[in-house]
Design a protein around this ligand. Sequence first.
Ligand SMILES: C[S@@+](CC[C@H](N)C(=O)[O-])C[C@H]1O[C@@H](n2cnc3c(N)ncnc32)[C@H](O)[C@@H]1O
Length: 216
Amino acid sequence: MTTFTGLRDDVYRRPLVTALDRIDLAEGWTCVDVGAGGGEVSVALAEVVGASGRIFSVDNDPLARDEVAERAAKFAQVFAITQAGEELSLPMPVDLAFCRFLLLHVIDPARVLLKMASAIRPGGSLVAQEPITSAGRIDGSPFSYPEARHPDIGAFLPALVRSAGLEVIDAWAEAPAGAGPGLVASYVASLTGVDPGDDSIVLPPLVTVVARKPAN
Ligand SMILES: C[S@@+](CC[C@H](N)C(=O)[O-])C[C@H]1O[C@@H](n2cnc3c(N)ncnc32)[C@H](O)[C@@H]1O
């Protein structure tokens, strides 16, 4: 089982670790994390690929670049790039293209997946993790996520990945749940600005798709 010390407090850590174990992420890999945000996942990947690997941490928000640079200061092999997923262009093919909570925000998710697929070397892997936002519940009521362009993109993810020319190896949905103080409640408070108190929470299920680019 892969160890990700940097992701100890990530509420969606479990499906991420399962996916990365499924592809046998290892030392020396070259990866791209598209829509990397502050770079939590990029840095966690860097811990595994080590000094002989390389992580391209891509986001269209230039502020993310500074955050990644700060977080990745001790990982020389993390390269923060300001670029839109729709225009993804890297100096070399990657062993793994990864995205999480990205496609719900982009205008054209199919185009971004096509770009990610073309960045992968033949035989390499893709891991995409996107939510079904409306299936989350707080005290029984559906989550509201008004700023997302495709709040339920997770429900379409396996077919989208296939349409990008990739072979789906595994796909599943997983949702953290809880009540009262803890990681799940803090996550909801950070998203909504409201403390859910002792309400029951089921976070939006995250659909994970693990796929491979055909060898030729
Ligand atoms: C919700 S954050 C996810 C961060 C990270 N992937 C995670 O799971 O913790 C979404 C990120 O996608 C970035 N983003 C949105 N649209 C994008 C696009 N078209 N191309 C690249 N990045 C984009 C945003 O700037 C933001 O940093």
